[in-house]
Design a protein around this ligand. Structure first.
Ligand code: ZN
Length: 287
């Protein structure tokens, strides 16, 4: 199943993209794709509801804005330096254990919303990543059980302010958490439709030029290991997002370095999980 959310920011409604190409509103059955939905066996229940009601459900207008594919979760956890060549371009050694950092959940936006370059930022950079959404509350998950804790997969652009992340001391969270820094979607794709997530192509272009083009088979720490590892340190809740790291080709790794400016257009995607597009805009206060 491909779950998505549409409508004005903060007022999104849940919807499903069907195999026949129709996109239908499922708000008659589901309040939102949130913690309660995932913990209450929501995907299986929605699947059964669709068998009986998909035909008559209202269609989503074709020009609708897409929101983040899930409601705001309890946490967004990111893995740093999880592709060997990206660690090298960042001038860091490949990690012996996964590098963890948090990203503010207020950074979430829809997959095609504008990127707003934050106030004072000179080093806003891109990072295409495969994100995992947790389906069950759990801690101390065994690696062999990890897949049964995953609700689905989606595309995430882990936007990063490199000066704030790396040049100002303290934790990376400062450079990862600005508004619009976490476009998520277009869809949350359930595991049965996501293909072999251990080997999917992921790519990103800047103004039409390919910057990142790799495969998840190059991950240093694979998805089951990451889910298990994280759960040794914190309880994972349904709807939590784990972003698995970015391959080489970020702006910081270019010679000379290349950071985003107003008017730049970023496109990215992952095989089977859909595509995103953001246009960079100068900082302006939220209305
Ligand atoms: Zn990242």
């Amino acid at each position: 199943m491909k779950l998505f959310r549409y409508g004005a920011p903060g007022k999104e409604k849940p919807a499903v993209s069907l195999p026949d190409g129709r996109a239908i509103d499922v708000s008659a059955e589901v309040q939102d794709f949130n913690e309660a939905f995932f913990s209450g066996d929501g995907i299986d229940r929605l699947s059964r509801w669709l068998d009986a009601h998909a035909e008559a459900a209202p269609e989503v207008p074709a020009d609708s804005r897409l929101g983040p594919c899930i409601a705001r979760p309890s946490k967004i956890i990111c893995i740093g330096l999880n592709y060997a060549k990206h660690a090298a371009e960042s001038k860091m050694d490949p990690p012996k254990e996964p590098v963890l950092f948090f990203k503010s959940t207020t950074a979430l936006v829809g997959p095609n919303d504008d990127l707003m370059i934050p106030k004072g930022s000179e080093k806003t950079d891109w990072e295409v990543e495969l994100a995992v959404v947790i389906g069950k509350k759990a801690s101390y998950i065994k690696e062999e059980d990890a897949n049964s804790h995953i609700a689905g997969y989606c595309v995430h652009n882990d936007y990063s302010e490199r000066a704030w992340q790396l040049e100002r001391g303290g934790q990376w969270v400062k450079g990862k958490s600005a508004d619009t820094y976490a476009p998520l979607g277009p869809w949350l794709v359930t595991p049965d439709e996501a293909g072999n997530t251990a080997d999917l192509r992921l790519w990103l272009t800047l103004n039409g030029q390919t910057m990142q083009d790799s495969r998840t088979s190059d991950l240093i720490f694979g998805i089951p290991h990451i889910v298990s590892y994280l759960s040794q340190f914190m309880t994972l809740l349904p709807g939590d997002v784990i972003s698995t790291g970015t391959p080489q080709g970020v702006g910081m790794g270019q010679k000379p370095q290349r950071y985003l400016r107003p008017g730049d257009v970023v496109r990215l995607g992952i095989e089977g999980l859909g595509e995103q597009m953001q246009t960079a805009k100068a900082y302006h206060p939220a209305s």
